[in-house]
Design a protein around this ligand. Structure first.
Ligand code: SAM
Length: 464
């Protein structure tokens, strides 16, 4: 579809202000022009030229206007000279090519789908860029941890790149590039005068203090394992097959032990066990404890150190983790009261326990209901079960923000695949939430359910 236009251009012979007044005055008379649909007047102040584009419903109307009194009056007008005019035809709609180019520039979907608001697209692109930057920063963070760069900065900072290179025994050129990456990422502050870098305010407890409950760096080992196993996960999405815990890249196991272990060291003995009904007094006197899905045995050893009169058994289906747990017990000199066995959550133990713990393992079990049932069969009189689970809201859609996104990612790559190894069971996932956990426990015969404690990251559940 085309539109007929009259284009007029002339040299302006009056002040711009005066021309504005003339244009305002004549604008009201344009309504009387037959067949006129719209008009645009333009002014090029620097070139001293002005004009207009008038769109008409037909060529006859355009020609009538061009030959009529308005244009002849313009040719005689005092405020302009050298009036030029012509009729042109323009395409009424944007061309597909233009539309596609505009859409692409604004991030639109191809082929005429709604062009999203450019600012929303830009905001979303910024968000994804943040994730991209975080992913690559993660590699730098792991390097910083593995090479002792944060430790050196924490102990000796502020440091120049040369000083960091000496303290951490790395090459200066690599250190310098890493330091600037970390500065750009907000982990470090930089003093231009001295060319020294220091840990940003608040960073020490998170990246350098290995005994802090907020020491988060081991989690990057988990991320590294997830990337390494990503092709396998891709295939599992298509086939529906499970991936057993022990099949993952080995960085997962140590990463979990150290990441979860930092929180266990801070909370387990001090807050979580005392939050359970009557448990610490039993442990102090001498009780039997099972730690199911104990991994490297961090929680088991912590409890054993705190309650020497009690006896602890850690069970895990992953043999290499059981070996690591045994080494930990020896190094911590608690082998007299702790032992570790390779067993599953549904066949462990031939004794009775006063406390059965599932430390971040219950939701990993495809047969969680059977595991609850087995726990019931292994509980001593008056015994209880403790679940430590990732914090989750009551409904999946209420789990929002970075923590929930991280937990769901771990759940998608690690917890759910492990659970799917048990065909026909339930795969709770790491964000199942209290109601789904309560149901699984109740179905297994543990009908008393109580949220005993909570941290920004964990739910601690008591069941019997
Ligand atoms: C997320 S890790 C937690 C490990 C440890 N509790 C911790 O907090 O560091 C889950 C653990 O459950 C173990 N696991 C998975 N399925 C199991 C099963 N059916 N029986 C026993 N252990 C199992 C895994 O081998 C792994 O060590």
């Amino acid at each position: 579809m085309t539109r007929v236009c009259v284009q007029i251009e002339f040299a302006l012979r009056c002040s711009v202000q005066r021309y504005h007044a003339i244009a305002r005055e004549s604008a009201s008379r344009m309504a009387e022009v037959p067949g006129l649909q719209s008009k645009w007047w333009w002014l090029d102040e620097q070139a001293g030229r002005a004009g207009g584009v008038y769109s008409f419903e037909s060529r006859e109307a355009a020609e009538g206007y061009l030959a009529g009194p308005v244009i002849s009056a313009l040719r005689d007008a005092w405020f302009c000279e050298r009036v030029e005019s012509r009729i042109t035809e323009i395409l009424a709609e944007p061309t597909r090519r233009t539309e596609a180019a505009l859409g692409a520039a604004r991030g639109a979907a191809p082929d005429g789908e709604r062009v999203p608001d450019a600012s929303a697209t830009e905001r979303f692109a910024q968000r994804v860029l943040g994730d991209l930057s975080a992913s690559m920063t993660g590699v730098m963070v792991r390097l910083g941890h593995e090479l002792g760069l944060y430790r050196a900065l924490g102990e000796h900072g502020p440091l120049t790149s040369g000083e960091l290179a000496v303290h951490a025994s790395v090459r200066e050129r690599y250190a310098r590039e890493w330091l600037h990456q970390q500065r750009a990422a907000g982990y470090l502050d930089y003093d231009r005068e001295s060319a020294r870098f220091r840990l940003a305010e608040g960073a020490f407890a998170v990246v350098a203090a290995t005994d802090s409950p907020l020491f988060l760096l081991p989690a990057f080992d988990i991320v590294a394992s997830m990337w390494a196993d990503e092709p396998r996960l891709e295939r599992a999405f298509a086939s529906g097959e499970g991936i057993g815990w022990g099949e993952h890249d080995p960085r997962l196991f140590g990463g979990c032990a150290r990441f979860f272990g930092a929180a266990y060291a801070a909370y387990l003995v001090r807050d979580w066990l005392p939050a359970l009904d009557g448990v610490t007094s039993k442990l102090a006197q001498g009780a039997r404890v099972a730690d199911v899905g104990c991994g490297h045995g961090v929680s088991t050893v912590l409890m054993a150190r705190a309650f020497p009169a009690s006896r602890f058994v850690g069970f895990d289906s992953h043999g290499a983790s059981v070996d690591a747990a045994r080494r930990r017990a020896e190094e911590s000199q608690v082998s007299d009261r702790v032992r570790f066995e390779q067993a599953t959550a549904t066949d462990y133990g031939d004794e009775r326990y006063d406390l059965i713990c599932f430390m971040d393992s219950f939701h990993d079990l495809g047969n969680a209901v059977d595991a609850a049932r087995h726990a019931v069969s292994r509980l001593a009189e008056g015994g209880s079960v403790m679940l430590v689970e990732p914090l989750a809201a009551a409904r999946p859609e209420e789990n929002q923000g970075p923590l929930a996104a991280m937990n769901y990612a771990a759940s998608t790559a690690l917890c759910t695949p492990n659970a799917l190894c048990h065909h026909g069971g339930i795969a709770l996932g790491a964000q199942a939430g209290p109601e789904a956990l309560r149901q699984a426990l109740a179905d297994g015969g543990l009908r008393h359910f109580r949220i005993a404690a909570q941290t920004p990251f964990h739910l601690v559940i008591e069941a019997r």
